[in-house]
Write a new protein. Structure first.
Length: 148
């Protein structure tokens, strides 16, 4: 066990603590002593017991305010975490929807490309047929002219 010597209200005290906790205990005792001395300066000498009680009440009030703030921050964090999860879900849902739309557009693009190729073949076939008919017509017209 470690020991810490502290001067509090002009009196020395020796307190024990676990090994390695001496510095932490000294810091706590310094804070308590400062609060006690501040109250003593603000309120005057009301008596050691009353000042100790007021100091303890003030420290507990700060503790509960801090605890309340921590709980409030935990709740805010939980709300933010839930909103983040919801947003993440919406993002994934949006991404999946857009991926489906892209797949459909790609399929439509492929269908349109095939349709264009088929129409191009039909167009070329029509041109070939028209050229053949014109050629046949010209041949027939020449033959008709020659026979007259």
């Amino acid at each position: 066990m470690g020991n810490v010597t502290i001067k509090f209200n002009n009196k020395e005290f020796i307190l024990s603590c676990e090994d390695g906790q001496e510095e932490h205990l000294e810091e706590l005792l310094i804070q308590i002593s400062q609060k006690f001395n501040n109250l003593k300066n603000d309120l005057g000498n009301l008596g050691e017991n009353k000042l100790l009680l007021i100091t303890a009440v003030k420290i507990m009030d700060e503790y509960y305010e801090t605890k309340k703030n921590v709980e409030q921050k935990k709740n805010e964090f939980k709300d933010l975490s839930n909103k983040f999860k919801e947003l993440k879900s919406l993002i994934y849902e949006y991404r999946d929807k857009k991926e489906d739309e892209i797949k459909k557009l790609n399929l439509n693009h492929e269908d349109f490309k095939i349709e264009i190729e088929n129409n191009q073949k039909k167009y070329e076939q029509l041109i070939d047929e028209a050229a053949d008919q014109i050629s046949n017509f010209v041949k027939k017209a020449k033959i008709d002219n020659l026979s007259q």
